[in-house]
Design a protein around this ligand. Structure first.
Ligand code: BG6
Length: 526
């Protein structure tokens, strides 16, 4: 498939028959390939990657010549790996309503499982991998194509890529068309380390081989931000400082850190969510319309959007951001422990599990509109949304008593769960009086479409196999995102800012409420 086919695989209806969406009506099925997963015994492989591959096979989107090769330090053996993957697929099936394993799809994949045990820094591992891949090309029809997926701890990304290079596995084998490398987040720990990592990857790979993943971009409703904005005439004219008063973007989770403290202690909310997922959603919300949905068209506009975000000065980091950590509390009918009591967390940890910030996007469209971003763990529920709050009408021809229940107009893009869009506007309350009250008009994905949306990882794995980089992060996007995060990291390092506490099961600390109250606004309670 032409790599310039874009993000919306198949236009759903005439609404997308616009030059912007040209060339998207393409059937999506991957060519034969070996999918090599580094970090194969890890959590992501079982929870996300394997169920996604099984779902793709089930939809007929994987070639029979697909093999799945696990690489990891734990010695599972081919049979152990196959067993583990079977359990993963069963567990995922069990999570879907009426979900059962599609045995036909499983049978298609089953023959192609291989496992290579060894250290990521050890050339011998890659020599063995090379032999396995050759066998698969010969016996299983993987046709010399490779998709290496790096789901390892980030500290070994560079080593894996260098060893792939040393073993000659960084290009397609004889007769093959492609060799691509998918890199999980986080991409670097700060601006410098991200640049260094990028440089190291480019010593072995070309940019068009590198697929930096941010699974939020694989979510249907995140992509729908583009459809909503650019397939309709009614939203774009009001999508600017002329009508928008402020924007709130929320990525809330009810889960705590779980068993990922080892990773999270080093990351915190800024590196784990803000630098990637939140800023990607922000970029899609504020970007200009691209000329086409080509990878270059979309990514250029996202980079320009991020470039327009004003970097906070150190004093603004103190006044415009709130860094917090959850304490114990009551959530979902359970008494849950505080972050410091979680397994693997240092008793004096300063890692933030919540971050709220006020940003400006300094360009013609958005000058003067505050963007309020927040994310946190152990908030009352799991919800991701973008809410545009519109300016009030210039003159209200009603008595103030008639409009006490009238809030600002708002457009809320509900990204998850309960995916959809809500428009809030004023309506007359039925009766002899002329009272006006805010009402909601709701669009729900579940009700409007019968089609089941593919999971984010299904979408992205297939895109990577097809060579469509639109929903992956280009190197300059990564830099822009770190540029925005960098002053927070520096200020926190210089003036150790202790995270303020918030109680699990609440919407965050009072300091975050004050951040908006100072502007005469309030956080939404989704
Ligand atoms: C991951 C983060 O990238 O995204 C996790 O590392 C977080 O900490 C997860 O829980 C949230 O993803 P989703 O798809 O459940 O919103």
């Amino acid at each position: 498939m032409d790599a310039s086919a874009g993000v919306l695989g198949r236009p759903a209806d005439d609404a997308l028959a616009h030059p912007l969406f040209e060339g998207l009506g393409v059937d999506r099925a991957a060519s034969p390939a070996a999918v090599v997963i580094f970090g194969a015994s890890g959590d992501l492989t079982s929870r996300k990657l394997m169920p996604a591959l099984q779902a793709l096979a089930s939809r007929g989107q994987l070639s029979p010549g697909t093999a799945i090769v696990g690489v990891g330090r734990t010695d599972l053996g081919d049979e152990g790996f196959r067993r583990q993957m079977r359990q993963a697929v069963e567990a995922a099936g069990g999570r879907r309503p009426g979900g059962k394993v599609d045995e036909q799809a499983w049978a298609q994949l089953e023959e192609g499982f291989r496992y290579v045990a060894g250290g990521y820094d050890d050339l011998a591992t890659y020599k063995r991998l090379g032999e396995v891949l050759e066998d698969l090309d010969r016996d299983h029809g993987t046709a010399g194509n490779r998709l290496h997926y790096l789901s390892t701890p980030p500290g070994v990304f560079s080593a894996v890529v260098h060893q792939l290079g040393a073993a000659g596995l960084h290009h397609p084998a004889r007769g093959g068309q492609f060799c691509r490398v998918v890199i999980e987040k986080p991409f670097g720990r700060d601006l410098d380390s991200a640049r260094r990592l990028d440089h190291e990857l480019h010593e072995v790979l070309e940019e068009d081989q590198i697929y930096r993943i941010d699974h939020y971009l694989g979510k249907e409703t995140v992509q729908n931000v583009l459809a909503l904005r650019f397939a309709n005439t009614i939203f774009e004219p009001v999508w600017s400082r002329q009508y928008v008063d402020s924007v709130q973007i929320t990525v809330a989770e009810s889960e705590g850190v779980g068993h990922r403290a080892g990773f999270y202690e080093q990351a915190g909310a800024l590196r784990d969510i803000v630098q990637n997922h939140l800023l990607q959603v922000l970029a899609l919300t504020v970007m200009e319309p691209p000329a086409s949905m080509s990878p270059t068209g979309i990514r250029n506009e996202k980079v320009k959007a991020l470039d327009a975000v004003d970097v906070l000065e150190p004093h603004e980091v103190l006044s415009d951001t709130v860094r917090a950590q959850y304490g114990g509390g009551w959530l979902g009918g359970e008494d849950v422990p505080g972050y410091l009591e979680e397994d693997g967390v240092a008793p004096d940890s300063r890692t933030e599990t919540y971050l709220a910030m006020r940003l400006r996007v300094d360009n013609w469209r958005w000058a003067g509109v505050p963007f309020y971003l927040r994310t946190g763990k152990r908030l009352p529920k799991r919800v991701t949304e973008v809410a545009l709050e519109f300016s009030r009408v210039p003159h209200l021809p009603f008595a103030p008593t008639q409009a006490v229940q009238l809030g600002p107009n708002a457009l809320v893009l509900r990204i998850q769960p309960d995916e959809g869009i809500t428009l809030r506007f004023g309506a007359k309350v039925p009766g002899q009086a002329f009272d006006v009250r805010t009402v909601s008009m709701d669009f729900s994905y579940g009700a409007a479409f019968l089609e089941e949306a593919p999971e984010a990882y299904e979408r992205l794995l297939l895109d990577a196999l097809l060579g469509d980089p639109t929903l992956f992060i280009r190197t300059d996007e990564v830099e822009q995102a770190w540029r925005i995060a960098q002053p927070l990291l520096e200020t926190w390092a210089e003036k150790p800012v202790l995270p303020v506490p918030y109680e699990a099961g609440t919407w965050g600390p009072v300091e975050a409420d004050r951040l908006l109250e100072a502007d005469g606004r309030r956080w939404r309670q989704p």
